[in-house]
Design a protein around this ligand. Structure first.
Ligand code: DO4
Ligand code: MG
Length: 283
């Protein structure tokens, strides 16, 4: 079952048909006592809504904070160690990859999040920018994983590599995070064989493509969620990006106009165009 937030309200998709969700408040929906049962009852008794086709799909977020885990794939560990070598920070990444405590960092406020089909941004003061395709958890206020979405943790690798203390500037800026296209409502873990695919198109041609699977993710999503909720409360729930396992070659940087497509099959494809220009909150 998939949950969509659109310009025309919230919809649940079941068996390829979309049904209007009477609860229009996103935060009330995602903190529902039993979201899955609630959505199932709508799909079982409702009439499919043809209006869904004309609605604009928005980022599936209301008042949730977005957090992210880092260095959860071996590929990310190696790339960070190399980029931070000259700054003397390489060792931190190696240590956090095997430590009991994961790297968790604050990624985005809702207003900085880009939805499907809208623009993500690269910083004007960065020279090395990449997308990070990440399975993203939706966790309710009680700390339970209630669904999954596709996330893009846009990152400025030159800023991050110059000094690990610059991480917030490399990671947090207007439209540095994209989420969507929907929430796959499920509490069970996704299968280890689930593929994550990244494609970057430049001027109509495929510039980069890469893939990984959840089998490469070193930490269990439930474990990451438990760490996040250890000393934090989230009245409206929270998103947690689970880290990237796909890193383009060091010669690659994003350009204005590139198109980024991230696909996680049971959820869908998140597509965004890249912009470089004045800061602009997603709104
Ligand atoms: O510590 C740097 C960020 C790591 C990250 O975002 C990732 O591994 O996905
Ligand atoms: Mg990341």
């Amino acid at each position: 079952m998939k949950l969509y937030r659109t310009s025309n309200g919230n919809y649940v998709e079941d068996g390829g048909k979309q049904f209007r969700v009477p609860e229009s408040n996103w935060d009330a929906l995602v903190t529902h006592q039993d979201l899955r049962a609630y959505l199932q009852s709508i799909a079982a008794s409702g009439q499919p809504e043809p209006e869904f086709a004309s609605a604009r799909i928005e980022a599936p977020i209301g008042g949730q904070e977005v957090w992210a885990a880092g260095v959860t794939y071996y590929r990310s560990r190696s790339a960070r160690m190399a980029e931070a070598k000259d700054a003397g920070g390489g060792d931190f990444y190696d240590r956090v990859y095997t430590a009991e405590r994961p790297e968790l960092f604050f990624k985005s406020t809702p207003s900085r999040v880009a939805g499907p089909g809208s623009q993500v941004r690269i910083r004007a003061d960065a020279t090395w920018s990449v997308p990070e395709p990440e399975l993203t958890l939706l966790i309710n206020s009680r700390g339970q994983i209630i669904g999954y979405t596709v996330g893009n943790d846009m990152s400025s690798r030159d800023i991050e590599g110059e000094n690990p203390l610059y991480l917030p500037q490399a990671k947090v800026y207007d439209r540095s995070c994209a989420l969507g296209p929907c929430i796959l409502v499920a509490s069970d873990p996704l299968p280890a064989a689930t593929p994550i695919r990244l494609e970057i198109e430049r001027a109509g041609r495929l510039e980069f493509s890469g893939s990984t699977t959840l089998a490469e993710l070193k930490r269990a999503p439930a474990d990451l969620a438990a760490w996040l909720f250890r000393e934090n409360t989230f009245p409206a729930g929270a998103f947690l990006m689970t880290g990237t396992g796909i890193v383009p070659p060091d010669s690659f940087t994003l350009n204005h106009g590139d198109r980024i497509r991230i696909t996680i099959d049971p959820i869908g494809t998140l597509e965004n165009e890249v912009a470089q220009g004045k800061p602009v909150a997603a709104g």
